[in-house]
Each structure stands twice: as structure tokens, then as C-alpha cells.
Write a new protein. Structure first.
Length: 290
């Protein structure tokens, strides 16, 4: 018999030898006495009436209660680490806008999205610098830099798209899906001077109901229901890797004679501590129809 022994021992009312508690079952074990079956493994035998005297039974109950509380405490401590591990190794990290898959072809999907709201900002500069500036600005917005000081849950994905430049500044508009020919057609190249960064707001928010940003460089826009083509890839998300995938997706779209709005953007779904090979990145573009 394998015994998980507690350091807590007790004697019965007659002062007999101390009992050892089996923590697996909550049972009580007593030393064998002369004449008992010696064929059983170990020096202890189960005491079926161990708790009859009250003292040992109470001790057993206390040990079991302590064990239950310790188990609960360990689960509570371990759960955040488990959830962090899930985000380290990929997996769904946050709420995403609702969509249905119309067609799937390997890493490429055509999706039909429901309408949702997005908080946008724009910043001039190279990709990493501009995205860092925009991310901080939007993060401040969802953590209280708004009318009423409201907190808004972080969702996925974080969107990045080339921005039109005017007088050296990145222009926040046009919104995604506006086929006006003003925004850059590629995700990398000398013609890109700035970037638009977007946080998708949780379900239920609209431009009318979302807290008003304190920063005038942040704007909340409604994005209506639409058809989107996307291509998925892993690794570090930057505009050069995104451009490679954009060209792949564009070839796929052209081979099927599909019309698109030219509003190319990248989507990142994971926190920065996710291992690159497990990350979910996408390039997206709005289609004329599904």
C-alpha cells in the first residue's frame, strides 16, 4: 500500500499508537497489532472505525479540508500562468469581430463580416515607429483617455494600413473600403510615409455609443457588414512580410476575377510575447461581393 503521509498524527482516547492519514482517500490507517494479517503490504492496516472515537475522525476531516483548500489555491495560482502559456503558444487571445467563412482555400479565406466599430489613429514614419506611436495612443484611449474615463476591453485584431500623407502628416481618413485611389496600393515601398492603426472595439459599441476620445488624433468609425479576402501567415509581423503575403493574395484574387477595393491592411491577433512561429497574422482586402 502506497501511503501519502501527513505530518499530523493523533492518538485515540486509549493512547494507542498514532494514526497515519491516507490523503488520497481521506481514510485513516493504524499500525498493525499482533495477530493481524501480515500478508498485506506495509506496516499499516486500514482502520474502518478510525473516526468512531471522534479525535481521529476530526483530524482526518481537517486534513481533507486543508487538502481541498490547498488544491483550490494551487488552481487559482496556476490558472493565470496557464492562460499566459496559451497566449505564448498562440490560440485565440481576445474577442474578435464576428464573421462567417464563405470559402476556404489553404491559408486563404473569403469571409463575410458583421458590422463593427474601430478606433483609428494615424502616425507618420517607418512601420515600427508609426505603429508603436499609434498603438500607445489607442491603448491610452481604451484605458481611460476618453470622456468619462471608461475602460474598454482589448480585442483582436490590431489593424495596420498605409496612410495617405498630406503636408508631411499621416491622414486618418479615408476609412477602409473607400476606393478613392488615394491610399498606397502596396504594404511596402518608398511611397509609404505613414500608417493608420486600428483597434476593433468590442461587440455592442458603435461610433455613436463609444466613449469620445480625449486625443483629437483618435477617431471611432463604424465599419459596415462586408466581404473580405484574407491570407494567414505566421512569424514577425512587419510590412515587408505583409507585402509578400499581399502579393500572394492579390494573385489568388486576380486568378478568380474577383473585384477588390484596394484597401489592403494587415491584422495581428497575438500579444507581443507570443512565439513568432505560433502567431496568427493576416493580410486583408475588401471584396466587391461574396
Amino acid at each position: 500500500m502506497s501511503i501519502w503521509r501527513s505530518k499530523t498524527r493523533t492518538t485515540d482516547r486509549d493512547g494507542r499508537a498514532p494514526a497515519v492519514f491516507d490523503l488520497r482517500t481521506g481514510g485513516c490507517l493504524l499500525p498493525k497489532t499482533h495477530g493481524q494479517d501480515d500478508s498485506a503490504e506495509g506496516p499499516y492496516t486500514e482502520a474502518h472505525r478510525c473516526g468512531a472515537g471522534g479525535d481521529v475522525g476530526g483530524a482526518v476531516r481537517r486534513v481533507v479540508s486543508i487538502r481541498t483548500k490547498l488544491t483550490g489555491a494551487l488552481v487559482a495560482i496556476a490558472l493565470p500562468f496557464f492562460l499566459s502559456a496559451c497566449s505564448v503558444f498562440g490560440g485565440k487571445a481576445a474577442e474578435e469581430p464576428a464573421y462567417g467563412i464563405v470559402l476556404a482555400d489553404g491559408d486563404i479565406e473569403i469571409r463575410e463580416y458583421e458590422g463593427h466599430a474601430i478606433a483609428w489613429t494615424a502616425a507618420a514614419g517607418p512601420f515600427e515607429e508609426a505603429v508603436g506611436t499609434g498603438f500607445r495612443r489607442l491603448f491610452e484611449y481604451i484605458t481611460g483617455a476618453n470622456a468619462g474615463g471608461s475602460d474598454i476591453a482589448m480585442t483582436a485584431p490590431v489593424l495596420t494600413a498605409p496612410a495617405e500623407m498630406k503636408a508631411g502628416a499621416a491622414v486618418l481618413e479615408p476609412a477602409l473600403g473607400a476606393d478613392d485611389g488615394e491610399s498606397p496600393e502596396a504594404l511596402a515601398g518608398p511611397g509609404i510615409g505613414g500608417w493608420r492603426i486600428g483597434f476593433v472595439l468590442p461587440d455592442g459599441y458603435t461610433a455613436a455609443t463609444a466613449p469620445v476620445p480625449e486625443d483629437g488624433g483618435v477617431a471611432v468609425r463604424d465599419l459596415g457588414a462586408r466581404c473580405v479576402a484574407s491570407i494567414r501567415f505566421s512569424g514577425m509581423l512587419d510590412n515587408k512580410a505583409g507585402e509578400v503575403e499581399r502579393q500572394r493574395l492579390e494573385r489568388w484574387i486576380e486568378a478568380r476575377d474577383l473585384e477588390h477595393a484596394g484597401d489592403w491592411r494587415m491584422a495581428g491577433y497575438n500579444p507581443p510575447w507570443t512565439i513568432p512561429m505560433f502567431r496568427r497574422n493576416e493580410v486583408m482586402v475588401t471584396l466587391a461581393s461574396c
